[in-house]
Design a protein around this ligand. Structure first.
Ligand code: NAD
Ligand code: GLY
Length: 369
C-alpha cells in the first residue's frame, strides 16, 4: 500500500508544505527534519497530550537523540488561549534555554496551534513553529496561514501576530479519537470554503455528508486537501490580510461576537465552540446579504440547510442580547474607522468584503436570529 502523504504547498515569501496522511505523528524522520537546532518545545493540551505526545516525543528522539524536548500541557479548551498560557509557554522556552534555532511543535487543535504559534512568534522575536493539527478544524484552517493569537476578555484573537509555520503535518489517524461534535465543528469551516469560493465543493460536501460524518478516511482526506488548497492559494497571495484573505472570515464577525459574549468554552460545556459559532455566523451573514439585496434568500436557506444537515447550530443561542452582540462586533479587526466591515456574499461561492455596513440592518438580523 502506498502510504505517501498528500501534500499541498503554500507559496509566497515564506513557503512551506502541508503534509496530510495517516500515521504522520509517528514519522520521526519527517518531524525531526523540521528542527534546525536542538531545543524543542512540545505544546499540547490535556486531552491531546495523553493520546499523542509520547508518540511524538519518542519519534523525534529516535530520529535525533541529540534533541532536548520540553513538554507544556495546557488545560483543553478555548478558555486556555490566554496571556497566562502564553506566559507559561515563554517561561518553558526560557527554562529550556531555547536558542534562536529552537522549534515549537503545536500538537492539538486550533487553541494549541494559535497559542504555540504566538509563543514562537515572540520568543527571541521569532523561532520556528511546526503545526501538528489534531482536530479537523485545525487541519483545514487554523494550522495554515500563520495567524497566531490569544484571546482577552474583551474579544477573541485580539493579541497576536502573523507568523507562518515552518511546516504543517496533519496526521489524519488522529481524527479517529476526535469527539463527533469537534468533527462537525471542523466541517463548518470546510463548508465555509464552498460558501465563499467553490460552489462545486459546496455540492460535493452535500453529497458526501454521510461519509464525512461517519469519519470515512478517503472523504476526510479529500475534504482536508481541498480546503488546504483554497487556504494556501489565498494566504500565499495575501499573507497579512490586506485584501482577499478577509474572505476567510465569512461568518466570523458574528461568530466571534457569540463566542466572546458567551464566555470562552471548556470541553463539555454548552457554549458554542468556534466552528459552531462560525456556522451560526455564516447563516447570519448570508441573511444580512439577502436583506441588503445582494443575494437571494434561497442561497441563505441552502446554506442553513446544509449546516443543519451536518448537525450544526444555525441560530443564535438563547440568552444572548442583540445589542451586546453588536457591541462585540464593533471590536472586530476588519473594521475601519469604527465602521463595520463584514464579509457578505452574492450567493454560494461568491463572498465579498462590504465596508460601512449599516448597524441598524445588522441589529435587525441579530434580532431575528
Ligand atoms: P480546540 O483546540 O479547543 O480543540 C477542540 C477539542 O478537541 C479540545 O477539547 C481538544 O482537547 C480536543 N481534541 C483535539 N484533537 C483531538 C483528538 N485528535 N482526539 C481527541 N480530542 C481532541 O478547538 P479547535 O476547534 O481545533 O480550534 C478552535 C480555535 O482555533 C479557536 O481558538 C479559533 O479562534 C482558532 N482558529 C484559528 C484560525 C487561524 O487561522 N489561526 C482559524 C480558525 C480557528
Ligand atoms: N481563518 C481565517 C484566516 O486564516 O485568515
Amino acid at each position: 500500500m502506498n502510504t505517501s502523504p498528500r501534500t499541498v504547498d503554500v507559496g509566497g515569501d515564506t513557503p512551506y508544505t502541508i503534509a496530510i496522511g495517516p500515521g504522520l505523528l509517528g514519522d520521526g524522520a519527517r518531524l525531526a527534519a523540521r528542527v534546525r537546532g536542538r531545543h524543542v518545545l512540545l505544546l499540547s493540551d490535556s486531552q491531546v497530550a495523553p493520546l499523542y505526545a509520547p508518540q511524538v516525543s519518542a519519534a523525534l528522539l529516535q530520529a535525533n537523540p541529540q534533541l532536548r524536548i520540553r513538554e507544556l500541557v495546557i488545560p483543553a479548551g478555548e478558555a486556555s488561549k490566554t496571556l497566562d498560557s502564553f506566559a507559561r509557554a515563554i517561561d518553558t522556552l526560557a527554562g529550556l534555554g531555547a536558542s534562536r534555532d529552537a522549534c515549537v511543535f503545536a500538537l492539538g487543535g486550533g487553541v494549541v496551534g494559535d497559542l504555540a504559534g504566538f509563543a514562537a512568534a515572540c520568543w527571541m522575536r521569532g523561532i520556528d513553529c511546526v503545526q501538528l493539527p489534531t482536530t479537523l478544524l485545525a487541519m483545514v484552517d487554523s494550522s495554515v496561514g500563520g495567524k497566531t493569537a490569544v484571546d482577552i476578555p474583551q474579544g477573541k484573537n485580539l493579541v497576536g501576530a502573523f507568523h507562518p509555520p515552518r511546516a504543517v503535518i496533519a496526521d489524519t489517524s488522529a481524527l479517529r479519537t476526535l469527539p463527533p461534535r469537534e468533527l462537525r465543528a471542523g466541517l463548518a469551516e470546510t463548508i465555509k470554503y464552498g460558501a465563499i469560493r467553490d460552489p462545486l465543493f459546496f455540492q460535493w460536501l452535500a453529497a458526501e455528508r454521510e461519509a464525512l460524518l461517519a469519519g470515512d478516511d478517503a472523504a476526510l482526506a479529500q475534504a482536508i486537501a481541498r480546503s488546504c488548497e483554497h487556504k494556501a492559494e489565498i494566504v500565499a497571495r495575501d499573507p497579512l490580510e490586506k485584501g482577499e484573505r478577509a474572505l476567510l472570515n465569512f461568518g466570523h464577525t458574528f461568530g466571534h461576537a457569540i463566542e466572546t459574549e458567551q464566555g470562552y468554552g471548556a470541553p463539555g460545556n454548552d457554549n458554542l465552540n468556534h466552528g459552531e459559532a462560525v456556522a451560526v455566523g455564516m447563516v447570519l451573514a448570508a441573511r444580512l446579504s439577502a436583506a441588503l439585496g445582494m443575494a437571494a434568500d434561497a442561497d441563505s436557506e441552502a446554506l442553513r440547510q446544509l449546516l443543519h444537515a451536518y448537525g450544526l447550530p444555525t441560530a443564535i443561542p438563547a440568552g444572548l442580547e442583540p445589542p451586546a452582540l453588536l457591541a462585540r462586533m464593533r471590536l472586530d479587526k476588519k473594521n475601519i474607522a469604527g465602521r463595520l466591515r463584514l464579509v457578505l456574499w452574492r450567493g454560494i461561492g461568491q463572498a465579498e468584503v462590504v465596508a460601512d455596513v449599516d448597524e441598524a440592518r445588522v441589529l435587525e438580523i441579530l434580532r431575528a436570529g
